[in-house]
Write a protein of this length. Structure first.
Length: 185
């Protein structure tokens, strides 16, 4: 696993949306909400909530590392299993029904506020409505025709109207490199 990706934080983001949905949430809807939260945060603060890799998939843009955790594709589940259940029948749920904002200790106040804003805007949509919205309003997504294609940070920043998209992209990649260097010893 990459040292710059925080599994526990990603699990807390997933748990936030599952809690708002009533304790269980459809995977497609969850994946769209997570992407839209990162995108919104990038627009406001020039950085995502999650340090993830983004890809275009048939159903829209996706945080690919987080999606792999949602699908149970990582054997290392430490940090994830404390907050959300394994995928079952296209849904994940909360491990604890009494999850509070105080339990989301990896998230800053600004990040939690972004999650609230995304939920307020998109939480009432069905999985297909939110998917269709991303197809229409996230021009960084390109239909991969049954495959997947990377979405660079720079491309997202450009479509968010950031004049310094290349610099923001370079800063995030430099941060990832520093984390890898420190993790290597």
């Amino acid at each position: 696993m990459t040292s710059w990706y925080n599994v526990r934080k990603a699990a807390q983001v997933a748990a936030f949306f599952a809690r708002e949905e009533g304790g269980r949430i459809n995977v497609l809807k969850l994946v769209k909400l997570i992407y839209l939260a990162d995108r919104k945060h990038m627009g406001k603060y020039d950085r995502p909530i999650l340090n993830d890799k983004y890809v275009s998939m048939d159903h829209g843009p996706v945080n690919s590392i987080t999606f792999d955790y949602i699908n149970g594709c990582h054997p290392e589940r430490d940090g994830w299993e404390q907050f959300v259940t394994d995928r079952d029948n296209y849904q994940i749920g909360l491990v604890r029904e009494d999850l509070s904002d105080g339990d989301l200790d990896e998230l800053s106040e600004a990040e939690t506020e972004t999650l609230r804003e995304v939920w307020a805007r998109f939480g009432g949509m069905t999985k297909y409505e939110i998917r269709d919205w991303t197809h229409e309003h996230c021009p960084e997504w390109e239909d991969p025709s049954g495959s997947s294609a990377p979405i660079p940070y720079k491309r997202i920043f450009e479509f968010l109207g950031k004049a310094h998209a290349a610099e923001l992209d370079a800063e995030l990649h430099a941060e990832h490199a520093r984390c890898e260097m420190f993790a290597a010893g």
